[in-house]
Write a protein that binds this ligand. Structure first.
Ligand code: NPW
Ligand code: K
Length: 499
């Protein structure tokens, strides 16, 4: 699914209106209908609904929603700025329609504190949408501050009021804090970054039937990874095949005390379809690896840490988990990287070793996949002001070095040398634990060895990793979810794609 800027969304809206020969009011009605259905689905037993409307089209959505919910027997109360009824056209039409319904009370923002709002009531923010172009101040600002203190179920229409859709919102802005954001047709960039996403709560995207023809022709380099994309990437396993057809994955990982990292990466690679798996690890991990992952072959890479790397034939490598940064390992890893010609997966301590020896970056084979978490990224490429800027820096580095950068975060991004950004929306906070990254390295190496392109391996692998985490979280609390639980669910994810 493409990710658009608010400017592009407006353009798509206008062109849909043109080619479908409809009035813009129809789109507002579709949006309100979709909102109504979602509210009925999620909160049908809720009695009182408090809707706060601004003067633009976001407010118009709120007025239309109020009318529709009233006809579904909800007790609806509307709030707007009665001292400044300077509405945009469609908002005005819907406001006037609402005035005709005598059972809906229309109140000024300043009256909100006279009402008893219960924790099971709905507070709906339809103050500002993607048309926000400055800080919320004055009466609206005071209102948002009050709403943020109220204990109720808080829903934002399209985007929480006060947030910019496409860029970081300054710290001093007043922003509605939603439990759920019900947004139209597309994800917005603000939902995907930690600084802004924390205001959005759960995200629900509603189809309001904007023209697919227009959407297809509108260019974007930003994408949400969805099931459609994954199904287009997934390669069905050919029945007439043998282990030689699915690649030789080589996991280079582990040191004394960190053999678990090698085990996790190896097991994840085993579960992700590679034909043969080799693990290069120090001798101290031999017994552990052979007992916990007997399907994999052990290659001795040193005594207590890796000091030499000898690859089997046709190896596709994933290097880094639990390596440690011993001087001998550092030398060995740098020497190894210098001599590689095929794309490989580089993670964890291998990234830390590169950070201390940045000149090596230029020798890494094109289209290799680097998987830094924010701290590792910072060590590699420098500090940025915020996570939006981090994406920009990653784009620059991916282009310059011709590498795929997997920026690990709550919504991990896959950044390509061609300057595309793919945002992942699978996964959950239960995966924010030591060992999750090792599992990802195993999955990515395995997919790369099965001849997925680096870009597709990264997109598919990151999505698969998150989806396995989501399946695991269905059965366990996020607190107690373990990286090994992800590995157990990889099979279920493949089944999910095949069905
Ligand atoms: N896309 C679609 O397909 C559909 C979209 N729909 C809906 O339309 C929404 C976008 O509507 P919108 O363009 O009217 O903008 P909205 O956010 O209501 O703001 C209104 C105006 O407020 C002003 N303003 C800005 N910031 C301000 C501030 N801090 N404090 C005070 N004023 C401020 C600014 O005007 P200005 O003052 O700059 O002239 C701005 O134009 C969208 O989010 C969705 O809900 C659906 O109805 C149908 C399908
Ligand atoms: K809003």
């Amino acid at each position: 699914m493409k990710l658009f800027t608010s400017e592009q969304i407006l353009k798509i809206e206008e062109e849909t209106i043109k080619i479908e020969k409809i009035h813009s009011l129809n789109l507002m009605e579709r949006a309100a209908e979709a909102l109504k259905s979602q509210i009925i689905e999620d909160y049908k037993n809720c009695e009182k609904v408090f809707i706060f409307c601004g003067n633009g089209n976001n407010g118009g959505d709120g007025f239309a929603l109020a009318r529709l919910l009233h006809y579904e027997f909800f007790n609806v109360k509307i709030f707007c700025d009665l001292e400044n009824l300077n509405f945009k056209e469609n908002a005005k039409i819907n406001f006037n329609d609402l005035k005709k319904i005598k059972d809906i009370s229309i109140n000024d923002f300043s009256e909100v504190e006279k009402f008893k709002i219960d924790k099971n009531d709905l507070v709906i923010d339809a103050l500002f949408g993607i048309g926000l172009n400055r800080k919320i101040e004055g009466k609206s600002g005071e209102l948002v501050n009050i709403l943020n203190e109220i204990n109720a179920i808080k829903i934002a229409v399209d985007i929480p009021s006060g947030l910019f859709s496409d860029e970081i919102t300054p710290d001093d802005f007043i922003i509605f804090k939603a439990d759920k954001t019900v947004s139209f047709q597309f994800w917005k960039k603000a939902f995907l970054y930690p600084e802004t996403g924390k205001f959005c709560g759960e995200i629900k995207i509603l189809d309001i039937g904007l023209s697919h023809k227009i959407i297809d022709s509108e260019i974007s380099r930003n994408f949400i990874i969805d099931d459609i994309l994954i199904i287009s990437i997934y390669k069905k396993r050919n029945d007439f095949s043998n282990k030689g057809n699915f690649g030789n994955s080589v996991i280079i990982a582990g040191s004394h005390g960190k053999i678990g990292a090698a085990v996790l990466a190896t097991k994840a690679a085993l579960r992700s379809g590679s034909g043969l798996i080799f693990t290069i690890s120090p001798e101290c991990g031999n017994f552990i690896l052979q007992t916990s992952a007997p399907e994999a072959m052990f290659i001795n890479g040193g005594e207590n840490h890796i000091t030499n790397i000898e690859l089997p034939k046709n190896a596709v490598c994933g290097i880094g988990p639990g390596l440690g940064t011993d001087e001998e390992t550092e030398k060995c890893v740098l020497n190894f990287l210098k001599n590689q010609t095929k794309p490989l997966v580089i993670d964890a301590d291998a990234l830390n070793i590169i950070s201390k020896n940045k000149s090596i970056l230029k020798s890494i084979p094109e289209n290799s996949i680097l998987t830094p978490h924010p701290k590792e990224f910072e060590r590699l490429f420098g500090i940025t002001q915020n996570s939006f800027d981090r994406t920009d820096l990653a784009l620059k580095m991916a282009k310059e070095l011709k590498l795929i950068i997997v920026l690990k975060d709550h919504h991990t991004q896959i950044i390509t040398p061609q300057q595309d950004v793919f945002y992942n929306i699978t996964g959950n906070s239960g995966m924010a634990k030591g060992g999750s990254g090792d599992v990802l390295t195993g999955i990515l190496t395995s997919l790369l060895s099965q001849k997925y392109s680096s870009k597709n391996a990264a997109i598919f692998g990151v999505w698969l990793h998150g989806k396995a985490g989501d399946f695991a979280a269905e059965k366990s609390s996020k607190e107690s979810l373990l990286p090994v639980d992800l590995i157990k669910k990889i099979g279920k994810v493949f089944k999910y794609i095949q069905d």
